[in-house]
Write a protein that binds this ligand. Structure first.
Ligand code: SF4
Length: 463
C-alpha cells in the first residue's frame, strides 16, 4: 500500500486481516459485579479468603504480600490456577496448569523486566482463564507469546540517557524536565519504557538503577534551580508512589520553592496497582500529596498526579473510593494509558476505560503508542491501530474527556499526535514524524531538523 496523507489516515482502515488473524487473545474479559459492588474481591484467592476489608486496605499488608520473583510466582500460580487451562486456539500445547507455569518460567528468562505483583492486581486477574486475561498479559510473560524483536527496538528507545544532563534528569522539551527519583515500582510492567533502569536485574538486562538518595536528588534539583527556562517537572521513576512520605515532602517542597517552577506532577501507577494506599489512614503518602497540592494552589502553582491505567478491569470499588478521596481534596489526577496488543487494542475496551476514568474524575490524558522496547514485540500494535481507535472513539464522549492518542518518538523527539505523521508506509510499517519544538542534538544534528521513525511490529512489516 502506498504512503498515505494525514487526511487519508483518518478514514477507518479495514486492512487488518493479518493483524486480527494473529491476535493471540480473544477480546478482553471485562469483569464488573464484585469489583464494583463493595465485595471482598480478593477473597476468591485462597490464601486471602479470610482477609478482612480492613487488612486488605492496609498499605503495610499490601506491600508485605507482594509476589516477587519467579519462585514465588510459581507457588502462587500453583495455588490459583485450575488443573485444566481453557483452550486457546493459538496455544494448543498449553492445556494444563503445569504446562502454563512452565511456559511462564521460560518466558521470565527472556523478559527485560523482573517479576513483582501486588495483591490488588493478583486479585483482579481472571485465573480461570489466564491465557486470555488482559492483565496477566501486561505483567506476566509467556515463552509462547514471545515474538522476534524488530531490529530497531532498544532498551532505551526514547534516548533518555543521552538527554540527561544530570543522572536521572531528562531535559528534552525546553521548559520541562523528567526527574527520575527512584527506579523502584510496586509492580513491574512487561512493557516498561525504562526497562534499562527500572526493577531488578533480569537474565537478559543489567539495570542502571536510580537510587532514591538525597545526594543524587540535590544534583537534579540544583540543575532545575539553575535553569530558569524550566517551568514544569515530572517526578517519576520508577514510581513516585514508592517514595516515603518524607521523601515526597522533601522533593515537593524543594520544587515549590523554586520561583520559576510553575507546576509539577507525580507520575505513578500506584492508584492502579495499590489503590488502598490512598485510603489507608495509617499511611501518610496521600496526606503529603494533598498538602503539596494545597500549598501549590496557594502559591498559584499546580501539583498533579499522573497515573497509568490500561484496562477497565484494573478499576474496582477501592480504586473508585481512592479517586474520590483525591477529587474531594482537590488533587488534579490525569491518566496515561499505553496501547497494548491483546489488552486494550479494541474500541470496546478503550472506550470503557476512558469512560470509567472520566466517571472517577481522572482525566483521560494520553493513550500512547507502545514504545519500541526490546523483548515485548507481542504487545506492540501497528500505528494503524491507534489511528483507528482515535477515529472510532472521538465523538463518543465529550471532547474534554477525549485523550490525545500519541507516539513518543523513538530517539527523543517527544510526544506527537499519532495522526500527525508526515508519512506512513503500511507495507514496510514505517511512519515518519518531525518535532520542530524539541531542542538539542543527536550525533551533532539538531533535533528540530530530524525526521523520527516509528516501526510497526516485525510481524506487520514487509521485512
Ligand atoms: S509502573 Fe511505570 S515505571 Fe514502573 S514498571 Fe510499570 S511502566 Fe515502568
Amino acid at each position: 500500500m502506498p504512503e498515505t496523507t494525514v487526511a487519508q489516515s483518518l478514514v477507518p482502515q479495514t486492512q487488518h486481516t493479518q493483524y486480527e488473524a494473529s491476535q493471540s487473545t480473544a477480546l478482553p474479559i471485562y469483569h464488573r459485579g464484585a469489583l464494583f459492588d463493595r465485595e471482598p474481591y480478593w477473597q476468591k484467592i485462597a490464601r486471602w479468603s479470610d482477609v478482612s476489608e480492613k487488612e486488605f486496605l492496609s498499605y503495610r499488608w499490601q506491600i508485605s504480600r507482594n509476589i516477587q520473583g519467579p519462585r514465588n510466582l510459581s507457588v502462587f500460580l500453583n495455588e490459583v490456577l485450575p488443573e485444566n487451562i481453557p483452550a486457546n486456539k493459538h496455544y494448543q500445547h498449553i492445556r494444563t496448569k503445569g504446562a502454563f507455569i512452565e511456559d511462564v518460567m521460560q518466558g521470565i528468562k527472556e523478559a527485560p523486566m523482573s517479576i513483582r505483583l501486588t495483591p490488588h492486581i493478583l486479585s483482579v486477574i481472571d485465573w480461570s482463564n489466564p491465557l486470555n486475561d488482559p492483565l496477566r498479559r501486561q505483567f506476566i510473560p509467556m515463552k509462547s507469546t514471545y515474538m522476534p524483536d524488530h531490529p530497531k527496538l532498544g532498551l532505551d528507545s526514547l534516548h533518555e540517557a543521552a538527554d540527561s544532563p544530570v543522572t536521572g534528569l531528562v531535559h528534552r522539551y525546553p521548559d520541562k524536565v523528567l526527574f527520575l527519583a527512584t527506579s523502584v515500582c510496586g509492580l513491574y510492567c512487561r512493557f516498561c519504557t525504562r526497562s534499562y533502569a527500572v526493577g531488578g536485574n533480569t537474565d537478559t538486562v543489567t539495570k542502571s538503577s536510580y537510587k532514591p538518595i538525597k545526594a543524587r536528588w540535590d544534583q537534579a534539583l540544583q540543575y532545575i534551580s539553575d535553569n530558569e527556562v524550566i517551568q514544569d517537572v515530572v517526578v517519576s521513576g520508577g514510581d513516585s508512589y514508592y517514595l516515603q512520605p518524607d521523601q515526597l515532602r522533601y522533593i515537593g517542597d524543594r520544587l515549590l520553592a523554586i520561583p520559576h517552577i510553575r507546576r509539577f506532577r507525580l507520575a505513578t501507577k500506584g492508584l492502579c496497582v495499590t489503590p488502598s494506599r490512598t485510603l489507608d489512614p495509617e499511611d501518610a503518602w496521600t496526606d503529603e500529596l494533598v498538602r503539596l497540592s494545597n500549598r501549590g494552589r496557594a502559591l498559584g502553582k499546580q501539583v498533579a498526579l499522573h497515573t497509568h491505567f490500561n484496562h477497565p478491569q484494573e478499576i474496582t470499588w477501592v480504586t473508585r473510593e481512592a479517586a474520590q478521596k483525591l477529587f474531594q481534596n482537590g488533587v488534579v489526577v490525569r491518566n496515561q494509558s499505553v496501547l497494548l496488543r491483546g489488552v486494550n487494542d479494541n474500541v470496546q475496551t478503550m472506550s470503557a476505560l476512558i469512560r470509567e476514568l472520566a466517571d472517577s474524575n481522572i482525566q483521560p490524558y494520553y493513550v500512547y503508542q507502545c514504545d519500541m522496547v526490546q523483548g515485548i514485540e507481542d504487545l506492540r500494535t501497528p500505528l494503524q491501530t491507534i489511528l483507528d481507535l482515535e477515529c472510532q472513539i472521538r465523538g463518543s464522549i465529550a471532547g474534554f474527556l477525549m485523550p490525545s492518542f500519541v507516539v513518543d518518538l523513538p530517539g527523543g523527539g517527544g510526544k506527537r499526535l499519532a495522526a500527525s505523521y508526515q508519512s506512513y508506509d503500511r507495507k514496510t510499517g514505517v511512519s515518519k514524524f518531525v518535532a520542530p519544538a524539541v531542542k538539542g542534538t543527536v550525533k551533532g544534528r539538531d533535533k528540530e531538523n530530524l525526521v523520527y521513525e516509528y516501526y510497526d511490529p516485525l510481524a506487520f512489516c514487509g521485512l
